[in-house]
Ligand binder design. Structure first.
Ligand code: GLY
Ligand code: MN
Ligand code: MN
Length: 465
């Protein structure tokens, strides 16, 4: 990655000095026992392998970048190993100066020389509090409206949204690793195997290739729980496993985000195959429609119409697909958005809020389901995002009196109940198919195309270990 060039391009658009915080180590219980470290996505974008607790000052007046690092102590060398001296880091990162982060307040006051300094909130609350006290800004990471000054967020997003050749190469490099994780989980999916064991296969594959999981692996026969992180079930014949997992590079922070599903033991039931092939058809149809200028919400609606049409055929919805999607009835079974930007953050730049993802006066729908559509921008070449339609049989939705009343003439509630009763009462579950897409000058490149998803292919792999 050309980090120096990225910093130069940022500096060219800044109208005031910028203080970026990497974020520090977060304790799991007592202070010395910490979660694995991951720097904030913006810091990862501008610096190679950022150190915990570091900070950086970008000065547009002279084009200089100062990096702030923790002082090297004997205790740190004893417990964690000796760190590169400041001079070596200065050369490796190609910055203008390296100073002690312990004296950040004093140094930033001197460098700012009376100018307003801006910052951007990060997930680490201590780092954000420090930035807030230095800049005087009202920063809060948990409130997208207070993450940072709007024009500054726009500037950073403009750089990060369009992936260059190096970024795409990095995301492509991860695909065989993500593929191995998915294929191993498929192969080991036999009756009697625990979800926890399969999770070990997935994350072992990531670790063996020097990667980490980009997010908490979602692996469950209860795929209707969208972000299911429990791993408590034992696979049984008739279950469908949903795996949503992607490798993340520990060197650069880029990641994959991929979902596949397969039948335990290797063969779908007729109902399972129908639902699987319908989700696949809607995914492929949406991918086919990707090209510059296409509005992402239109892709979401297009995939929703394919699903609605199929749900009518399966006897779960009644009506014409356009009307069903307009009223939101399809969301009873497809209750989330089609996807999101992808890159350094799995939901890339989501912390910056809808000002980035719903541009030019577009606002989120208030409708059930479509309210979760995470982006509605016109696609541009270089944007990298997911396409991930799904169909789910969620008891809390199917039994909700208000939804049953609202969609009483469009949803065949009795037919939906049958899906909850399938599989000896365990229920059908849910199916989602998710790939990572880059918008090219003429269409779509499916970065994750090598990860099996054709019905016959996954049936052949499932349970074959
Ligand atoms: N892995 C979370 C998502 O697909 O958005
Ligand atoms: Mn996703
Ligand atoms: Mn995912």
């Amino acid at each position: 990655m050309n980090y120096a060039d990225r910093r130069k391009r940022l500096l060219a658009g800044l109208d005031s000095p910028l203080l970026l915080m990497a974020g520090g180590l977060l304790a799991r219980n007592y202070p010395a026992n910490v979660f694995p470290y991951r720097a904030d996505g913006n810091f990862l974008y501008f610096f190679q392998r950022p150190e915990p607790g570091s900070a950086a000052f970008f000065d547009p007046a002279d084009g200089k970048v100062t990096l702030f690092l923790a002082e090297r102590t004997v205790a740190d060398a004893l417990w964690h190993g000796a760190m590169e001296p400041f001079s070596a880091v200065k050369t490796r990162q190609g910055v203008d100066a390296v100073l002690a982060v312990e004296e950040l307040e004093k140094h930033v006051t001197a460098l700012a020389a009376g100018r307003q300094v801006r910052s951007i909130a990060v997930a680490d609350p201590k780092a954000t509090a420090r930035a807030r006290s230095i800049t005087g800004e009202d920063l809060d990471f948990d409130d997208a409206k207070r993450v940072g000054q709007g024009a500054l967020l726009d500037r950073v997003a403009k750089l990060r949204l369009h992936k260059d050749a190096d970024e795409l190469a990095e995301m492509r490099r991860l695909v065989p690793i993500t593929r191995e994780a998915h294929v191993l989980a498929m192969q080991h999916s036999k009756p009697g195997v625990g979800e926890q064991f399969l999770k070990g296969q997935v994350e072992g594959a990531f670790a063996r290739s020097g990667c980490t999981a980009a997010y908490n692996t979602i692996l469950s026969v209860r795929g209707e729980v969208l972000h299911n992180n429990e791993y408590r079930n034992t696979l049984q014949q008739g279950d469908i496993v949903l795996l949503d997992a992607g490798a993340e590079s520990v060197d650069t922070g880029y990641c994959n985000d991929v979902t596949r599903d397969w039948p335990v033991g290797g063969a779908f039931t007729p109902e399972g195959r129908d639902v699987y092939e319908l989700v696949l058809r809607s995914e492929l149809d949406a991918i086919d429609a990707v090209k510059p200028g296409v509005r992402y919400r239109d892709l979401h609606l297009r995939a929703s119409r394919v699903l609605a049409e199929g749900l009518v055929r399966l006897g779960l919805l009644v009506g014409n697909p356009d009307g069903l999607v307009e009223s939101g009835a399809h969301a009873i079974f497809f209750p989330h958005g089609l996807g999101h930007q992808l890159g350094l953050d799995v939901h890339d730049l989501e912390a910056f809020g809808d000002r980035i993802h719903y541009p030019a006066g577009r606002t989120r729908s208030a409708q059930f389901g479509t309210q979760y559509l995470r982006m509605d921008m016109d696609l541009e070449a270089g944007m990298t995002f997911t396409i991930e339609p799904g169909l789910y049989f969620v008891p809390a939705i199917i039994h909700n009196p208000e939804l049953r009343e609202r969609f009483k003439s469009q949803v065949k509630w009795d037919a939906a109940e049958k899906y909850l009763a399938m599989n000896q009462g365990r229920g059908f579950g849910g199916i989602r198919i998710e790939d990572d897409i880059v918008c090219t000058a003429t269409g779509a490149e499916v970065l994750t195309a090598s990860i099996p998803k054709a019905t016959a292919e996954i049936e052949a792999i499932a349970g074959s270990a």
